[in-house]
Design a protein around this ligand. Sequence first.
Ligand code: NAP
Length: 282
Amino acid sequence: MLVFDRITIVGLGLIGGSLGMALRRKRLAREVVGVSRRAVTARRAKTRGAVDLGMMDSKRAVREADLVILATPVEAIVPTALRLAKTMRPGSILTDVGSSKGAIVRALERRLPHHVAFVGGHPLAGSEQQGIEAADASLFDGSVCILTKTARTDPRALARVRQLWAPLVERVVLMSPARHDRLLAQMSHLPHVIAFCLASAVEREGLAVAPRSFLDMTRIAKSSPQLWDDIFLSNRDGVLASMARFEHRWRALRKLITQGRGSSLRRALARAGAVRHALGDP
Ligand code: NAP
């Protein structure tokens, strides 16, 4: 089912490449054009089936698009949007896949020219890998995509972006950028903070005998530092608030262990376990 005529994806890494593959597999656009800063990535995206046409000239790539999707690291999203919007045609829609939303949506709602409608997006799918080689047409299967809704969101643009994501994911959820950043700080950004801390808090000697539990918990510490310093800083308030919540729990558990209060400790562990059990397993 064609939802858009020409979609241009800027940034052909894990998310941009996977999205191109998924859009083409489901035939949601007549043509998917991809933009990379490097010719080798644009060519590889084409041979991997992520785009119909790969190019380096981003202004040319967005000129005829009716939807432009920004899939660059977070810090590049606002400057790239502002640079390209002037070239986009009237009535076209701009969206993104950035992992933080408040700063991006605030800046673009204020500064984009009126002829372009912006809808913030964040597919909750991904991995610690990066680049076009890691792209996977089924990356979004069974996942959730969050789209932001504010008083300034164009309802027609929101409906069309929703129509695009709906066939690719299990659920599309609408929420304010502030709620997104608060919840994602707890559910995604904090786990990354903890994984980075844990990986760097052990003695090197222990790595030779690292058990499965350590490998599971630190898998995401292999994520791109460039991507994640960017996310932590663009959602600084949300990340700090989630770290404060965590510190509170951490101190409570530490106290129970220090005091050797076995039954209280067991109850605290059981309460935490019940939260995880309720989620089930994928
Ligand atoms: P990635 O694999 O590193 O891909 C990002 C791509 O953007 C690169 O291939 C790079 O391509 C291009 N790029 C890098 N810096 C740029 C810049 N300054 N200006 C323009 N293009 C630039 O990263 P990703 O995991 O796909 O992440 C992309 C976006 O998706 C981020 O905003 C991230 O927050 C979001 N996201 C990530 C995940 C995840 O699990 N990884 C999940 C959901 C959302 P060239 O160097 O070839 O131009």
